[in-house]
Design a protein around this ligand. Structure first.
Ligand SMILES: *Cc1c(COP(=O)(O)O)cnc(C)c1O
Length: 408
């Protein structure tokens, strides 16, 4: 199957009575005729369902669809993007371990990383994760590297081919958050990432009607290395699938951050139109970036596909189809930025990205308000900066709203 077909049919199970959409199984538990059968399911020795916190048929259908479109071995969903990130990281690290992360990370992930300190896990934030900086900073205790394909809101582009090579050479796990890019724009596993994460709340769901997250496992032999002592038993029994086997048997169960079956259904509906939406998001974002670049009231525009962007060559290398729908721009002062937001009529001021609707936010006073000035600078968040998630409305209407808000 090709990509668009997979979005609709990938890993789809035929429904017994012919339903064309996966039914929503709103049942916490599943009855079995024999004690032996339930024992076998709960021991993981046979397929089947026991309790929805652990697995649910609608949720499984969503996980299978995502695994298919990302080209992963298996996927595990979570109640939110944040819980997916938390689970993926805590599945790997132990006290004394080190993580290398990019300083351009999504604010919530940045704070999560900082808070790992209380578990004795240290995080080195690098302004840029690349071949040279990684080689300089990886130590024997480095267990994982965490980066975003395109950073939100810094919009820096990960040179994933060279970074995954350094991780491979040093037997370090590479986790990539591909929320901004989606598998329509890049499939990180094909570029050597070990684990891919999405906040499915954004482009995967597509219309902002449910919070969710997913962890896609590409399978790896790295876990069999001496260094990953905590994976020893799982690696012996499950080989390349050690990560997911451990995730489901340990931290996944402990945290119990299960995706709701209703949200899985909504995501399954949303994912079918991913390509159509992403194409429009990319086209509209490029048009907005070009419009803003030509407006005298705008000090600067950050969108990787603009010729002047410092990430332009990486954008051309990895993102032929476009650089997603998120861009940032500066208006000189915080007052100008606030005035612009207050003047908008069509575009909503809120904390989200990846909706069909065009959205705007002033990151410094909202999503990054908990970060220090130094951290904000590292993230590329300035007092006069706005982030826009360009939707799929008619471009004339989006630009008219922006033009009007800039003129008054
Ligand atoms: C929104 C977002 C998250 C967090 O996801 P939630 O579903 O809101 O918990 C993580 N990473 C990125 C890049 C995001 O944009």
């Amino acid at each position: 199957m090709n990509f668009n077909t997979k979005l609709i049919h990938g890993n789809r199970k035929k429904d017994e009575i012919g339903a064309t959409n996966t039914p929503i199984y709103l049942s916490n538990a599943y009855a079995h005729d024999s004690a032996e059968k339930l024992e076998s399911i709960l021991m993981g020795n046979s397929m089947g369902y026991a309790y929805t916190r652990i697995s649910n048929p609608t949720v499984t259908a969503f996980e299978r669809r995502i695994a298919s479109i990302e080209g992963g071995m298996v996927a595990t969903s979570a109640a939110s993007g944040m819980s997916a990130i938390y689970l993926a990281i805590t599945n790997i690290v132990e006290t004394g371990d080190e993580i290398i992360a990019s300083s351009g990370l999504f604010g919530g992930t940045y704070t999560l990383m900082r808070n790992l300190k209380s578990f004795g896990v240290s995080v080195k934030f690098l302004d840029s994760i690349n071949e040279e900086t990684l080689k300089e900073n990886i130590t024997d205790n480095t267990k994982l590297v965490f980066a975003e394909t395109i950073g939100n809101p810094k919009l820096d582009i990960l040179d994933i081919d060279s970074v995954s090579k350094v991780c491979k050479d040093n037997n370090v796990i590479l986790i990539v958050d591909s929320t901004v890019t989606t598998p329509y724009l890049i499939k990180p596993l094909e570029h050597g990432a070990d684990i891919v994460i999405h906040s499915t709340s954004k482009y995967i769901n597509g219309t902002s009607n449910s919070i969710g997250g997913i962890i896609v496992d590409g399978g790896s032999n790295k876990y069999s290395d001496e260094k990953f002592k905590n994976f020893k038993d799982f690696s012996k029994k499950f080989g390349k699938m050690a990560f997911t086997a451990k995730l489901r048997a340990t931290v996944g169960r402990d945290l119990g951050a299960a995706l709701s079956p209703v949200n899985a259904f909504l995501n399954l509906t949303g994912i079918e139109t991913l390509s159509l939406r992403m194409k429009e998001h990319c086209k509209n974002a490029m048009a907005v970036a070009e419009y803003l670049s030509g407006n005298k009231k705008v000090v600067s525009v950050n969108y990787p596909k603009l010729k002047g962007s410092e990430y332009y060559s990486l954008a051309e290398k990895y993102y032929e189809r476009g650089a997603s729908g998120v861009l940032t721009f500066r208006l000189g002062t915080k007052e100008n930025a606030f005035k612009f937001v207050n003047n908008l009529k069509l575009i909503s001021n809120l904390t989200n990205i990846g909706d069909t609707k065009t959205l705007v936010i002033h990151p410094s006073s909202t999503i990054c308000a908990g970060n220090t000035e130094e951290e904000k600078l590292q993230m590329g968040v300035y007092d006069d900066l706005l982030r826009m998630s360009v939707g799929i409305e008619d471009i004339e209407d989006i630009i008219a709203d922006i033009e009007n808000a800039l003129s008054i």
